[in-house]
Design a protein around this ligand. Structure first.
Ligand SMILES: [Zn+2]
Length: 85
Protein backbone atom coordinates (compact mmCIF):
# COMPACT_ATOMS: atom_id res chain seq x y z
CA UNK A 1 0.00 0.00 0.00
CA UNK A 2 1.49 3.35 -1.00
CA UNK A 3 2.33 5.68 1.83
CA UNK A 4 1.94 9.42 1.48
CA UNK A 5 3.55 12.13 3.55
CA UNK A 6 1.98 15.43 4.42
CA UNK A 7 3.84 18.42 3.01
CA UNK A 8 3.29 20.52 6.11
CA UNK A 9 2.65 20.18 9.83
CA UNK A 10 -0.61 22.07 9.43
CA UNK A 11 -1.92 19.61 6.88
CA UNK A 12 -2.84 16.73 9.13
CA UNK A 13 -6.28 16.08 7.73
CA UNK A 14 -7.47 15.90 4.17
CA UNK A 15 -10.81 15.05 2.66
CA UNK A 16 -11.23 13.29 -0.64
CA UNK A 17 -14.60 13.17 -2.36
CA UNK A 18 -15.72 9.63 -3.13
CA UNK A 19 -18.91 9.79 -5.11
CA UNK A 20 -21.50 11.33 -2.80
CA UNK A 21 -19.35 10.66 0.22
CA UNK A 22 -15.91 11.73 1.22
CA UNK A 23 -13.01 9.93 2.70
CA UNK A 24 -11.02 11.64 5.41
CA UNK A 25 -7.39 10.90 5.92
CA UNK A 26 -5.74 12.01 9.12
CA UNK A 27 -2.17 12.28 10.12
CA UNK A 28 1.10 13.30 8.60
CA UNK A 29 1.77 9.85 7.22
CA UNK A 30 -1.15 8.10 5.61
CA UNK A 31 -1.58 4.85 3.74
CA UNK A 32 -3.69 5.13 0.63
CA UNK A 33 -4.59 2.28 -1.67
CA UNK A 34 -6.78 4.11 -4.18
CA UNK A 35 -4.83 5.41 -7.20
CA UNK A 36 -7.33 8.24 -7.72
CA UNK A 37 -6.93 9.29 -4.09
CA UNK A 38 -3.18 9.26 -4.45
CA UNK A 39 -3.44 11.53 -7.46
CA UNK A 40 -5.66 13.99 -5.59
CA UNK A 41 -3.45 13.91 -2.54
CA UNK A 42 -0.39 14.58 -4.65
CA UNK A 43 -2.21 17.54 -6.17
CA UNK A 44 -2.62 18.78 -2.59
CA UNK A 45 1.11 18.59 -2.09
CA UNK A 46 1.44 15.20 -0.49
CA UNK A 47 4.46 13.23 -1.54
CA UNK A 48 4.90 9.53 -1.92
CA UNK A 49 7.12 7.99 0.69
CA UNK A 50 10.07 6.16 -0.72
CA UNK A 51 9.48 2.72 0.65
CA UNK A 52 12.79 1.52 -0.72
CA UNK A 53 14.43 3.67 1.95
CA UNK A 54 16.90 5.28 -0.37
CA UNK A 55 16.64 8.86 -1.53
CA UNK A 56 13.81 9.98 0.77
CA UNK A 57 16.15 10.54 3.70
CA UNK A 58 18.21 13.05 1.83
CA UNK A 59 15.22 15.30 1.34
CA UNK A 60 14.04 15.18 4.93
CA UNK A 61 14.81 17.07 8.08
CA UNK A 62 17.33 16.51 10.77
CA UNK A 63 17.00 17.48 14.41
CA UNK A 64 20.01 19.44 15.67
CA UNK A 65 19.25 18.45 19.25
CA UNK A 66 19.03 14.69 19.06
CA UNK A 67 20.05 13.97 15.45
CA UNK A 68 16.73 12.31 14.71
CA UNK A 69 15.91 12.27 11.03
CA UNK A 70 12.40 12.69 9.74
CA UNK A 71 10.21 14.18 7.07
CA UNK A 72 8.91 17.02 9.17
CA UNK A 73 10.06 20.29 10.62
CA UNK A 74 9.12 19.25 14.13
CA UNK A 75 11.25 16.47 15.53
CA UNK A 76 9.31 13.25 16.00
CA UNK A 77 11.45 12.30 18.97
CA UNK A 78 12.03 15.40 21.07
CA UNK A 79 9.77 17.99 19.46
CA UNK A 80 12.64 20.26 18.56
CA UNK A 81 12.83 22.36 15.43
CA UNK A 82 14.49 20.35 12.68
CA UNK A 83 16.67 21.68 9.93
CA UNK A 84 16.40 20.80 6.28
CA UNK A 85 19.09 18.45 5.18
ZN1 LIG B 1 15.02 15.86 18.23
Amino acid sequence: MPRLLSPDDACVRVKIPVGDLEATYKGRVIDVDSPSHIKMLRDEGYVLADVSGGSSRASGYRCPKCAFRGFFKVCGRCGGACEKE
